[in-house]
Ligand binder design. Structure first.
Ligand SMILES: Nc1ncnc2c1ncn2[C@@H]1O[C@H](COP(=O)(O)OP(=O)(O)OP(=O)(O)O)[C@@H](O)[C@H]1O
Ligand SMILES: O=C(O)c1ccc[n+]([C@@H]2O[C@H](COP(=O)([O-])O)[C@@H](O)[C@H]2O)c1
Length: 209
């Protein structure tokens, strides 16, 4: 069994996910926290997902490398925080050799042709997604669900991505069927707000050490 198989079992598990709807929460998870778990549990129910993958990114192309814990540390902590049979932690981008979300999704769709993927992200990322590589392709290829997040929601809804795809926004009542909609299709979820942030945790840890 190769090393990458042990680290990244998802890559070779296509048949296991055939017919399933999987929400992908991509993130730095530096570190994972209760906010990630909170939105994932909300998404499982509200969107009728079979699984949520926490896709721990080797390195967010827009974030500094300084202060980024190793991938192994971030994965281990994410697994401890997730602690739920339907939340799976993966480093699949390492095995795919991708760093940009548009590339990752394209490769995943080729490898998992019978799986329906939904991209999950917080309102802060809706605000900045228009700076990502080939960002409109992300909306064209998978349904997108955006979580409300303290202080970011209003700003995000007036941002470039929300404006560009305003006609493709699915109302709260249609959220359950979001994954099956013709793309582009996206929704802003009315989840209860959760204040956790990795930045705040890193600051608290630094102050305590
Ligand atoms: N409390 C939260 N409410 C809603 N979405 C969240 C929350 N925390 C994180 N997310 C979302 O989860 C995904 C992964 O987040 P990430 O790992 O970057 O954590 P973070 O707390 O945003 O980190 P940092 O403070 O370092 O930027 C992102 O799409 C982010 O918007
Ligand atoms: O593709 C891009 O250009 C791009 C730019 C910034 C962030 N992302 C992805 O967005 C996800 C959330 O990142 P983060 O650091 O906000 O948790 C994660 O999967 C990143 O790889 C992707």
């Amino acid at each position: 069994m190769g090393r990458s198989f042990q680290k990244v079992p998802h890559l070779y598990s296509g048949p296991l996910y055939a017919g399933l709807t999987v929400g992908i929460l991509g993130g730095s998870f530096n570190p994972a926290h209760a906010g990630h778990r909170h939105i994932s549990l909300f998404a499982l129910k509200a969107l009728g997902l079979d699984r949520v993958w926490w896709m721990v990114s080797p390195q967010n192309p827009l974030k500094p490398t300084a202060g980024m814990a190793s991938l192994a540390e971030r994965l281990a902590e994410a697994r401890a925080v997730a602690a739920h049979p339907r939340i799976e932690v993966t480093a699949i981008e390492t095995a795919l050799g991708t760093r940009f979300t548009a590339d990752t999704l394209a490769k995943l769709q080729r490898r998992f042709p019978k799986t329906r993927f939904v991209w999950l992200m917080g309102a802060d990322n809706l605000r900045q997604i228009s700076r990502w590589k080939l960002w409109t392709r992300i909306f064209d290829s998978v349904a997108v669900a955006v979580f409300a997040r303290p202080t970011y929601s209003l700003n995000a809804l007036s941002g470039k991505a929300a404006q560009r795809f305003t006609r493709r926004r699915v109302s709260v009542s249609g959220v359950k069927g979001l994954a099956r909609r013709r793309r582009p299709a996206w929704a802003f979820l009315r989840n209860p707000l959760h204040p956790a942030s990795a930045t705040a945790i890193r600051q608290a840890r630094a102050a305590g050490s």
